[in-house]
Design a protein around this ligand. Sequence first.
Ligand SMILES: [Zn+2]
Length: 813
Amino acid sequence: MPHLPNRRWRRRVPAAVAAAAATVLLVSPASAVTPQAAAPAGPAGQAADLGRLAGEETSVVEVLLADTAELDRLVATGVDLDHEVSRTETGIVAHAVVTPNEAASLKAMGYRLGEVLFRPEDSANRVAEREATITQHAAENRAFTATLAADPDASDVKIIRADYYTSGTSQILSVEAKWAQGQTSTSALTVARDSGPGTAIGSGGTQTISRFVDAGVYLYHRGASTVTTRPDRIQITSPTGDVATATVKEWLPIPADDPEGAGYQKDFVASYLTPTELYARIRQLAAAYPGLAEIVELPYKTNGYRRKAQTVLGTANASRVAVDSHAWGHEGGNDIAVTLADPGAANRPLAVTVTGTEIRVDLATNAAGTVTSTAAQVVAALNAEAGSLVQAYTYRGSTGTGVVAPAARTALTDGLRAPASVSRDPHPVYAIRIGKTRDGSKPGVLAYAQEHAREWVPPLVTIETAERLLRNYAHDGRTKQLLNNLDIWIAPSINPDGGHYSFYDFNSQRKNMTNHCALTGSADALSRNSWGVDNNRNYTEYSLFDGYSGASDSCTSGTYAGPSELSEPENKNLDWLASRSNIKFSMNLHSSGNYFMWSPGAYTDAGRVSAPRPTLAEESFFWGASSRILTAIKRHRNMAVTPARTGPISDVLYSAAGNSGDMLWYKYGIYAWNFEVGTSFQPTWDEAHAETMEFSNGLVELMRVAHDFANDRQRPESTLAVKPSSTPGMVNVTFEATEPAAVFYTLGGTTPTYSSTLYASAGIREGGETLTVPAGTTVQWFSVDAAGNVENNYTPNGTAKNFRKGSAVLPTS
Ligand SMILES: [Zn+2]
């Protein structure tokens, strides 16, 4: 259900709703081919299954499109699209995540495919790289311990860096050190400072540094503190009594206007992290900073990284028999096996024998000794005799009239390969809540990642940001200001089941793991890599269920919207987070494409009518805040998010019915942005690391935007600009404001109120409109900024008089 736009922090301002006019009519969707082994196409207008076969891997492939209408038609197939759409002189290039069979289906539907951009081996290389990094860090720890064993006089603590910074009048000492017990002991280390050359250790005071652990492996201790004199030497005495000393090095002075002050700590990720590791990481952080952070378990557990054990016996559809365990695979389902035996004798009846978890089907034979049991008969016999262990069914709605082929003993399996350390139970979803005051009284900011499972960089951006906020609090004044005045919620993985599946089983997993397919459809084992709900299509606003485009009702589609709005626990959790009444800003982190977007995110199929656009003031604020955030991103390595990739989702990407950003904006009135981090789902580590650093810059800047917004008591000021018109007797009028603001105006002398005309933007992605009015017209107006501050302290109740007045006459020069 779409809600009317609701601005919780601007209650005095009525929402102005202006739906964009319909401009483009869609051509009717191309009729779909019936791909190999795919479910039958749905009724007209519904998406067909493109046919992702069991065991097929996916690649990211360019789809070359003529125009937006063809892009919309492609989206309507329910194909799994990357968040990347480039508009070129010759047309549009989108990126599809498809298997070879799906690619063949697209070609058969008339789509032109371009280059292959990302192959299965690329994912495999990323996983191998991650494992190698973790192994290497563990090996370094062992090597350090080994040197201690070889040399009893060596210290079990070594100092890696000791850097002294200045910025204005502040002085900072940053220290990194490795301790041999760091993997097992959570103790902090104490650093004693001298107070200059020749002075005693300890005369400059002490500071503590805390453990830095990534992917479960201890790397080193690190931390920064303010100091009052420049130390020359430091000494660390480890908890075992061993000692290390080092000379302090001078680091470059930090310019006073740099938002990251002297000694600002960053760079807290060393490898990709699974959801289990992400949650462990925020738990460690909350434990290390109990006064500043806490872990919140969100109210809904996922359906779990678990499946029923399954098999499909046979090859021809009419003679296939699908068998699913009742028990989850890890709870006994994986122990079940089925044999379809040829009795090797004439005139035998169909018989099922269950011995423990072994199910033996003796197939019926005729007088010649030939097997005669059909799939439907075997299914009925299995359900009658082994129904306490398994559920059998014919293949995808087949009547099952084909005679089955004998099959050797086949074990049912859930096909899940994650180590036992990954829980198979319904998984709790965690957020870390950061701030000095966490009672809801401070303005809230929400950042969340991994709605889409395979997007491995966005969660790292949230972790890096949480680390920066907490580890810089004590010595960085600007960070302290943020944490003292904001209530920050960070949820690093909204979809942990899909996330685990993408690391251990199917790297291209986009959705959650829940199988909503019917037994007569694609519920069997062969579709297991196509199941799941697209968590970013299951929300309540402008959804598939409301008639909006860019989501599918097919349970195997990449953009499956689910059986109903908020059907999924992952989505209920985000809805719960967004309903915290103090949250005013949010960032939904995805990859890839280097986009930066906001609402509206959807339009209708019919007539391409978009969800209501933000008002001019709101859109101005989106743009104004965005320019700050994008500047911060660029600061890392001078790579920019281009203006062409900044703006409302439905302008710069494609329609995405029921996405989370729209729910947060329209239902909860949250200024909701979406990052599309980087250039691919699973880039090489060097690139992933750089993307994490730059987008964390942007996410921290969002905190600063929120902080500044909350403290905005500045009233906007606006002016009337009058220019000549080509029409005799008329002039052109525009308004300009000192900050993002809405202008309400009247022409002809009536008192302006919130019911007066709202000065509108001239069109998509443009500035304020030009009004052409008779020369001499009386213009009366007021402006109000996004924080609700009204120009001139005017009360727009129809009786106050201190609104702005002007006359539409050309300035005399
Ligand atoms: Zn995504």
